[in-house]
Design a protein around this ligand. Structure first.
Ligand SMILES: C[S@@+](CC[C@H](N)C(=O)[O-])C[C@H]1O[C@@H](n2cnc3c(N)ncnc32)[C@H](O)[C@@H]1O
Length: 243
């Protein structure tokens, strides 16, 4: 397994953090507020009130052009998948889990809370790894967080996990085939593959079987929960990859 490890961002003694890492931890702290999720009882995430201003501040603070701050929001498909795991803990209890496209870590946290033996959370955005590590600590669960693109052929050996979780993984239509190919490799290796989705038109349903449907609270007109704002209910579904 070739994974680029990032140091754990919040050791017992914060003074041990490298300055660049401390800057990222401080940034995530400053830009988010602890938010309880009524749909996933007992889970609190650090979420941001708005997306675009935060994205602008990431660019000016870190001088790069990363993607949008997906990690600062709880996505509808992930809310549904997280709740499904907590309602059906046998899906992950005692099993080794990969939360692919982990973002805030919501799904990884739900898996850990549901009794997973080990949870590996990956995302390509380093700030997501910081955020999900802070969120895991705040929810008192152990999650191994890693910056990695596990979808590249040969980058990840699926025999290292039993269950692959993908909350809102099909958000980019141009990446559907790529994501599907990765999940198919995991399924072919014997993994249980579970997907949460908010009803995207390009979800490859021919390869999936519906196992759950929920109404999840989301920010009006969007597909995620922000720290503030009016909520509306949005249909979201949970699927099993069947090949
Ligand atoms: C729509 S968000 C969903 C996030 C997450 N499941 C949640 O509930 O917060 C998509 C996430 O996928 C991440 N991502 C995109 N391509 C990826 C890849 N190849 N491997 C891992 N993460 C990836 C993005 O950085 C982003 O955090």
């Amino acid at each position: 397994m070739r994974l680029a490890r990032i140091p754990r961002p919040v050791p017992d003694d914060e003074r041990e953090l490298e300055p660049w890492l401390q800057r990222m931890v401080d940034f995530v702290h400053a830009e988010t507020v602890p938010t309880t999720l009524p749909h996933v009882p007992g889970v609190t995430l650090r979420l941001a009130p708005e997306s675009v201003p935060l994205w602008t501040r990431i660019e000016s603070e870190f001088g790069s052009r990363p993607g949008p701050p997906y990690w600062a929001f709880a996505w509808a498909g992930s809310l549904a998948l997280a709740r499904h795991l907590m309602d059906h803990p046998a899906l992950v209890a005692g099993r080794r889990v990969l939360d692919f496209v982990s973002g805030s870590g919501l799904v990884a946290i739900a898996a850990a809370r549901s009794g997973a033996a080990h949870v590996l959370a990956t995302d390509t955005d380093p700030l997501a790894i910081i955020a999900l590590s802070l969120n895991a600590d705040a929810n008192a669960v152990a999650v191994q967080a890693t910056v990695a693109d596990v979808t590249a052929e040969g980058a990840f050996d699926p025999s290292h996990v039993d269950v692959v979780l993908a909350g809102d993984a099909f958000y980019d239509p141009s990446r559907t085939d790529h994501v599907l190919a990765f999940l198919a490799r995991c399924r072919a290796a014997g993994c249980e593959v579970l997907i949460g989705d908010p009803g995207r038109a390009h979800l490859p349903v021919a390869h999936l079987r519906l196992i759950g449907a929920q109404e999840v609270p989301v920010t009006r007109g969007l597909q995620y929960v922000a720290a503030v704002g009016d909520y509306e209910l949005h249909a979201a579904t949970v699927w099993r990859f069947v090949g």
